[in-house]
Design a protein. Sequence first.
Length: 487
Amino acid sequence: MQRTFGKSDLVKIAQDVMHINGLESKFSSRVEQQVESMKGPGNERGSDILDLTSLLWCSIDNDDSLDLDQLTVCEVQSDLSVILYVAVADVDALVKKGSPLDDHARHNTTSVYTSAQVFPMLPLRLSTDLTSLNLDQNRLALVTIMKIDDHGMVISSTVERALVRNKAKLAYDAVSAWIDGKGDLPLAASLVSGMDQQLRRQDAVAQQLRLHRHTKGSLEFQTFQPQAIFEGERVVEIKQQEQNRARQLIEEFMIATNACTAAFLAERGVASFRRVVRSPERWMRIVDVAHEYGYALPSEPDAEALEGFLAARHKADPLRFPDLSLTVIKLMGSGEYVVEVPGQEALGHFGLAERDYTHSTAPNRRYPDLITLRMMKAILTNSPAPYGVSELEYLAAHCTRQEDAARKVERRMRKSEAALLLEPMIGSHFDAIVTGHADKGTWVRLLTLPAEGRLTRKIGKIKVGQKITVKLVLTDVERGFIDFERM
């Protein structure tokens, strides 16, 4: 008799996959003891810490997110420019370098998200409470202050230490529905006078930033980010995360903040931790892909031209665009962390068309952001740099490796989650799209469910992008295998 799997089995599988990939799935007793000894949130004081608690700060995140790393607010100026404030939690106020908490965060370097269990980089008492920018709580933060003109260009920026207070905890989907005129103003926003105008203003600024970024050649992809929904032990649905205006709002503000953070460190002549996507070495293969669609790209890497091709394909064939996105992303190569030394030419982020770029906006969830926060804080407090160049170089390579490991865990668990959902459907037929060929077989993506699998055997010629009907013949939850036959 075939064994029936459930959510608890996925948790065990996820823990095993974490260990296989060199990641810790639990906190040590030393970490737990340090957390238990904490009396409350960070309470550092100083004349350099601004009191910005009166601003109309809000957080926008997923419905179930409790680890709030950033708050946003903006103010229109008389010359039609906008002052945008982005507050990032001062996690260093409680998580000191070299402490047990820091040792765990330094090892894993990131939170790992699976539908059955989240493996946070920091214990929940910190990441969802003491170092989280929670509703109606005063919290220490580093605030990037940007002046943006009416064309979406950042004219100037600086970083300050500040005390902030979240006035409205909001969620992407509800805010986006309201912006699009498809839903009411979220209750949390309606309870704060002026928050409706504030959200409209933030949306307008984000769209200006977005337009300006794309005129520089920043690339627009669409990838699958499915999440399994559970009822008890059962997976009842896998939802695909939809891109929307509220997600765009936060995305644009975070990209702008990360670029300004990198500039802040560069201007002060210190070594810094950068996030880069190098100019694609396999550019000619991307040129070949574009040629298959009748589109000519230049022979040298050109982000603006590539963005034009991607935009044209998204408009012409939105159904297959996620698969094209994945192909181009693989050919571009994954991002990595590097150290930039003053006077050295910046490698930049090809996909975002940014010369200076770092990760700085999620220190509860990513260790590189905590490193950058500490570097900036040292400058603001006139303290010695917390990291030397050699240590930064070691951490850059380590963080890149561990981020790759975390992605492997998340991809592996998405496959097991999909296998668990499909387990009762063996023998069922589905419409699918061919997504690729490899030595191990041909791969297809289902159109009715965000799930992928392998064809066990070919029948006739099959092209990538071709629609076919398949029959589900096997699911293996433990190994994350899903097999189909072509009908």
